[in-house]
Design a protein around this ligand. Structure first.
Ligand code: PEP
Ligand code: MN
Length: 267
């Protein structure tokens, strides 16, 4: 179903003002985790002012250590919905288990499937049964074929709104958190009609590397960006080292817009 041979025209995902695909570059920005009302509201207002149309924020967090902050859970979902009500931003948040799909879908506009769950087939089928867009992240060790077949699990249940997100892969290189292959964008463009989104935050793990990867992703033809932005990265409860300040994010937006304009993409 995902193949461009089955459907040559690009799939365009539209939810509120967030548009991804068919020459539209949607920008989703916000903190790794929802931490408090003040934190998510300030993040939402600032990323909106800079031009983002989507708000990210994890309420259920898949942390490597069971002792690390696990997210605010339903309270976090409620804060995201409140931020959406005030700003109009489309909310993107992760769902980690089939048991939570109904709960998360009640609050969010887009359901994120995290890298660790890319091959959780029951979860993929569960989000395939609902009618809200899904942002499917590539597993850190998944091949392109495995990635596309994971998307197929969702599409096969009838949900046609799947965006594929490259978030970096495991490699021998230890200087960055993951290795971000931007060739994923033109490669997937040839194989599938689904929108392709780049996550330069998890892809590099280092805030100073994020801005150039954003402009490069737009130049490569990405249909969307998902970027971690925190009002106070040093004190973030997760992924502070890769999070941009709102000021840095504003600069990223200005530079990406220039690239998008030059290439006739709408951003
Ligand atoms: C996230 O978006 O904060 C996240 C946990 O991403 P990933 O699943 O790509 O590691
Ligand atoms: Mn994160």
């Amino acid at each position: 179903i995902a193949s461009s041979e089955t459907k040559p025209e690009p799939t365009v995902i539209r939810v509120r003002d967030l548009v991804m695909g068919g020459g539209n570059v949607g920008v989703i920005a916000g903190p790794c985790s929802v931490e408090s009302e003040e934190q998510i509201m300030e993040s939402a207002r600032k990323v909106k002012a800079a031009g983002a149309t989507g708000l990210r924020g994890g309420a259920f967090k898949p942390r490597t250590s069971p002792y690390a902050f696990q997210g605010m859970k339903e309270d976090g979902l409620k804060l995201l919905a409140a931020a959406r009500d005030e700003t109009g931003l489309a909310v993107v948040t992760e769902v980690m288990t089939p048991h939570h799909v109904e709960l998360v879908a009640k609050y969010t506009d887009v359901l994120q499937i995290g890298a660790r769950n890319m091959q959780n087939y029951h979860l993929l089928q569960a989000v395939g049964e609902i009618r809200k867009p899904v942002l499917l992240k590539r597993g850190a060790s998944a091949t392109m074929d495995e990635f596309l077949l994971a998307a197929e699990y969702i599409l096969d249940q009838g949900n046609q709104e799947v965006a594929l997100c490259e978030r970096g892969i495991r490699s021998f290189e230890a200087h960055t958190r993951f290795t971000l292959p931007l060739a994923t964008v033109p490669y997937l463009r040839q194989r599938t009609h689904l929108p392709v989104v780049i996550d330069p935050s998890h892809g590099t793990g280092i805030a100073s590397l994020v801005p150039p990867m954003c402009t490069a992703a737009v130049a490569a033809g990405a249909d969307g960006l998902i970027i971690e932005v925190h009002p106070d990265p040093k004190n973030a409860m997760s992924d502070g080292a890769q999070s941009l300040t709102p000021e840095a994010f504003e600069k990223v937006m200005l530079r990406c817009r220039k690239v998008a304009d030059a290439l006739d993409y709408k951003m």
